[in-house]
Write a protein that binds this ligand. Structure first.
Ligand SMILES: [Zn+2]
Length: 379
């Protein structure tokens, strides 16, 4: 692996606890991070409490790289290689650090500009432990800032991993909840690039339908298996990667409204990413049944085998099947199941507006008012 040989400085990010929580291991002294450690972290280091130290170091590194400590940066760390071991949050954090280290200026601007201001990044590789986000084979990342309740995405051509290791056995210790989240996240990634309007792209359509059918087939089996089944884990990993590596989305309209609305739910209420999608998508499909009519009928027929009934009945059945699938995966699809009522909606809508999410969907016509109706329908 020439990438590894060429870089004497290493930074390893491990773990997938929650957003900013990463465990960092490696030769931290060699890349200058030690020089910028705050005294309390050095104290943990000197006590020899290794796990806690590395855990805190990971937190610190992400915080530092993202500029959340005023005036601090990864001092003197101008080169090196990042190896991210974990799920989507860890991989996305690695992408942010990779972009933030050589970035001139306030690193939060990377998020505010969606990554358009990135002109270089540190090289990084990944070892995937949680199939879901597809981050292992794309150039996108999503970062949450709890202090201001923002969850924003960015991408750049400089942020493709130089390699990714996909070993299904690395998923064997995942809790069932995480497997369910992975299935639903990959499912919605596929839907958001497929369920728009027809553009005579039969290859992308059938790839997408194959991914959806695979998830519907293996999802319940993954949950029920008393012991991990290698083939099902491998197929989940491969499906999740293909769902968001650019293949099915090439040259077709896309609608990321479900993700954008879901991000606000995570930022404000700390609901797992996939669960926010399961809340939003069925309500969104129902709200947009006219705009998405042709593709909803195709989806119903090819993915769920719904071929009889009026147009409206078939569309309703397709949406019902989608909701039922999420529920069978153990993921509730209503806000009330997460303790949220109508009083939560005003803030969510205000945050969408504050983040410029006012013209969503494949047509750019999903306004704030439509987002409000979708959230109300999801109660
Ligand atoms: Zn997602």
């Amino acid at each position: 692996m020439p990438y590894l040989r060429d870089h004497s400085k290493w930074f390893l990010i491990m773990g997938s606890i929650n957003m900013f929580l990463c465990v960092a291991l490696g030769a931290f002294g060699a890349h200058g991070l030690k020089a910028s450690l705050p005294p309390d972290l050095m104290a943990i280091y000197h006590t020899g409490n290794q796990y806690h130290f590395y855990h805190s170091l990971g937190l610190f590194a992400v915080t530092l790289a993202s500029g959340f400590f005023p005036g601090s940066r990864l001092i003197g760390w101008s080169g090196g290689f990042i190896l991210a071991v974990g799920g989507g949050s860890v991989l996305d954090a690695a992408k942010f650090i990779a972009a933030a280290v050589p970035f001139e200026g306030d690193t939060w601007d990377i998020l505010l500009k969606g990554g358009r201001n990135i002109d270089k990044a540190l090289p990084f590789g990944t070892v995937l432990t949680l199939p879901a986000t597809g981050s292992e084979m794309n150039n996108g990342s999503v970062i949450t800032r709890r202090d201001i309740g923002a969850k924003l995405a960015f991408r750049s051509r400089h942020l493709f991993p130089v390699f990714s290791v996909l070993d299904p056995t690395k998923t064997y210790t995942l809790p069932v909840k995480q497997l369910a989240n992975g299935v639903v996240d990959a499912f919605v990634h596929t839907v958001e690039q497929y369920l728009t309007y027809p553009v005579n792209a039969p290859v992308q359509d059938r790839f997408a339908e194959g991914l959806l059918q695979t998830l519907i087939e293996i999802g319940p089996r993954l949950l029920a298996a008393p012991e991990p089944v290698y083939d099902d884990r491998a197929n989940l990993m491969w499906t999740a990667t293909l769902a968001l590596n650019g293949l099915i989305g090439a040259g077709v309209p896309q609608d990321w409204a479900t993700h954008m609305i879901g991000h606000e739910l995570t930022a404000q209420h700390n609901i797992d990413h996939a669960r926010t999608l399961a809340i939003v998508l069925p309500a969104l499909l129902n709200e947009r049944r006219v705009q998405k009519r042709d593709k909803l009928l195709q989806y119903g027929a090819r993915v769920w085998g719904i071929t009889s009934g009026t147009i409206d009945e078939r569309i309703t059945a397709a949406i019902d099947q989608t909701r039922d699938f999420f529920e069978r995966m153990g993921i509730p699809t209503h806000l009330s199941a997460y303790g949220l009522g109508a009083d939560a909606i005003d803030l969510l809508v205000a945050q969408l507006e504050a983040h410029g999410m006012t013209k969503l969907s494949e047509h750019g016509d999903l306004t704030i008012d439509v987002s409000r109706r979708i959230l109300e329908a999801a109660l």
